[in-house]
Design a protein around this ligand. Structure first.
Ligand code: G4P
Length: 287
C-alpha cells in the first residue's frame, strides 16, 4: 500500500518529544488495544532511554477481550508495566494512575531519601495520531483538582494537570509517527484510523477489510448487511452486494462504490461490526 509520508514531520515530532522528555519522570506509551504491535513505534526506547514507562492499551472497548488479556500477559512477562483501559468511559483509568505511581516509586523514594518531600512526579503521554491522547488527557483533567502553573525558566509554556496526590501530567502529549514498515501494518493503521484517510487508497483498504471479514468473521458480515450465503469470493463483488443491500445507488441504478466504502469503514470504526483485535502477541505460545 502506498502512503505519502513526510520525513520532515517525523524529525520535527522527534525533536519536540526529546525536548519534553527531559521535563518528565514517567512516560505513558499509549497504544491501540486493537493493534498494540502496529500502533507502537520501535524508536520510542531510543527516545525515552531508561525513563520508566507504562504501556497503556486504550480503546479496549473495541478490542477482543481475550486477546487484550493475552497482550497484558505478554507485556508483563517482558517485565513491563501495562494496563488496558478505555478513555471514553474511563474504565481502567484508575489502574493507569496506579501503574504510573508504581513506575514513579523509585524516584519518589530517592527524593525522600534526600529529604525532599512532596516532589511532584511528572508524566507525559506519547502515542501515534488518533490513539486517544487528547481523550485520555481530557478524562484525567475531568478528575483533576488543581491545575498547576508554569515554572518560569524550567517549563515555560507548559501546562501541567495534577492527578492524584503527587502526579502532574503534561497537558501536551507527544505525537509519535506511525511505523509503515509493511503493507500489513499500514493496512491495520489505516483501517483503525491512525493515518489520515487522504494519504492512502481507501478503496484498497476497504477491499482488504472485506477479505478479512469474509475469511474470519463471516457471520458478522452477513448479519450486518443482510447478505445471503454463499457470499462472493471476490471483494469487489462483495462490495457491490453490500451496495445493493444498502441502496447505495446513483441515478440510473449505478452502484455508488464510494458511499459503500465509507459505510463499511465507518461501521468498522464505530464498532458496528463488533470488536476486533488485528494484532495478536507474537510469542503466542508464551501467553
Ligand atoms: P489523539 O489525541 O491521540 O489524536 O486521539 P483523540 O483523543 O482525538 O481520539 C481519537 C478518536 O478516538 C476520537 O474519536 C475519540 O473519541 C476516540 N477514542 C479515544 N479513546 C477511545 C476509547 O477508549 N474508546 C473508543 N471507542 N474511542 C476512543 P472521534 O471524536 O470520533 O474522532 P475522529 O474519529 O473523528 O477522529
Amino acid at each position: 500500500m502506498d502512503i505519502n509520508w513526510f520525513p520532515g514531520h517525523m524529525a520535527k515530532a522527534q525533536r519536540m518529544i526529546v525536548k519534553d522528555i527531559h521535563l518528565v519522570d514517567v512516560i505513558v506509551e499509549l497504544l491501540d488495544a486493537r493493534i498494540p504491535a502496529s500502533s507502537s513505534n520501535p524508536m520510542i526506547s531510543d527516545m525515552i532511554q531508561s525513563k520508566p514507562k507504562v504501556i497503556a492499551l486504550n480503546k479496549s472497548d473495541m478490542a477482543e477481550t481475550e486477546i487484550t488479556q493475552k497482550w497484558l500477559k505478554f507485556y508483563r512477562q517482558q517485565g513491563q508495566l501495562v494496563v488496558a483501559f478505555d478513555a471514553i468511559s474511563g474504565r481502567g483509568i484508575k489502574d493507569l494512575v496506579n501503574q504510573i505511581e508504581v513506575a514513579a516509586r523509585p524516584k519518589i523514594q530517592a527524593a525522600q531519601a534526600k529529604g525532599i518531600k512532596n516532589r511532584p512526579i511528572r508524566v507525559m503521554i506519547l502515542g501515534i495520531p488518533n490513539v486517544g491522547k487528547s481523550s485520555l488527557i481530557n478524562r484525567l483533567k475531568g478528575s483533576a483538582t488543581v491545575r498547576t502553573a508554569d515554572k518560569p525558566g524550567v517549563t515555560r509554556g507548559k501546562q501541567w494537570i495534577k492527578i492524584g496526590k503527587n502526579l502532574e501530567l503534561l497537558d501536551t502529549p507527544g505525537v509519535l509517527w506511525p511505523k509503515l514498515d509493511s503493507a500489513e501494518v499500514a493496512f491495520k493503521l489505516a483501517v483503525t484510523g491512525a493515518i489520515n484517510d487522504d494519504v492512502y487508497d481507501v478503496e484498497k483498504v476497504v477491499l482488504t477489510l472485506l477479505t478479512l471479514l469474509r475469511d474470519n468473521y463471516h457471520e458478522r458480515l452477513t448479519v450486518r448487511y443482510g447478505l445471503e450465503s454463499p457470499i462472493p469470493e471476490d471483494s469487489e463483488e462483495l462490495l457491490k452486494k453490500i451496495a445493493l443491500k444498502r441502496g447505495c445507488l446513483r441515478a440510473g441504478g449505478i452502484i455508488d462504490s464510494e458511499k459503500t466504502i465509507r459505510i463499511v469503514l465507518s461501521d468498522f470504526r464505530l464498532g458496528k461490526l463488533g470488536r476486533f483485535s488485528l494484532d495478536i502477541p507474537e510469542q503466542d505460545s508464551l501467553v
